[in-house]
Design a protein around this ligand. Structure first.
Ligand SMILES: [Ca+2]
Ligand SMILES: [Ca+2]
Length: 102
C-alpha cells in the first residue's frame, strides 16, 4: 500500500498521537489531566508557553473540556489542534507577507 497523501497521513498521525497518550490511564479514549500534561509537554512544548506549569495545564484542560466530564476526548482535543494550527498559519502568513504601513 502506498503512503497516503500528506494531509491524510497527518490526520492519522494526529489520531495515533492522541491514543498513545489517552490509553495510558483510566479511560482509553480520553485524556485525564496527567495524560494531557504529558502530551502537551512531549508534543507541543514549542507551541505552548510553560506546558509543565500545572496552572497552564489546568487552564487548557478547563478550556477544552466542553462537556465538563473532567477529561479531554478526541473531539475536544482537535479543537486545541485546530486553534494552534490557525495560530501557526497566521504566523506563517505574516512572516512571508510583512504588513505594510497603512
Ligand atoms: Ca486515559
Ligand atoms: Ca470532556
Amino acid at each position: 500500500m502506498s503512503r497516503p497523501t500528506n494531509l491524510q497521513g497527518t490526520m492519522e498521525d494526529l489520531i495515533k498521537v492522541f491514543h498513545r497518550y489517552s490509553a495510558r490511564e483510566g479511560d482509553k479514549y480520553k485524556l485525564n489531566k496527567k495524560e494531557l500534561k504529558n502530551l502537551l509537554q512531549d508534543e507541543l512544548s514549542d507551541f505552548l508557553a510553560g506546558p509543565s506549569d500545572s496552572a497552564v495545564v489546568e487552564k487548557i484542560m478547563c478550556d477544552l473540556d466542553e462537556n465538563k466530564d473532567g477529561e479531554v476526548d478526541f473531539q475536544e482535543f482537535v479543537v486545541l489542534v485546530a486553534a494552534l494550527t490557525v495560530a501557526c498559519n497566521e504566523f506563517f502568513v505574516n512572516s512571508i507577507r510583512p504588513q505594510h504601513d497603512v
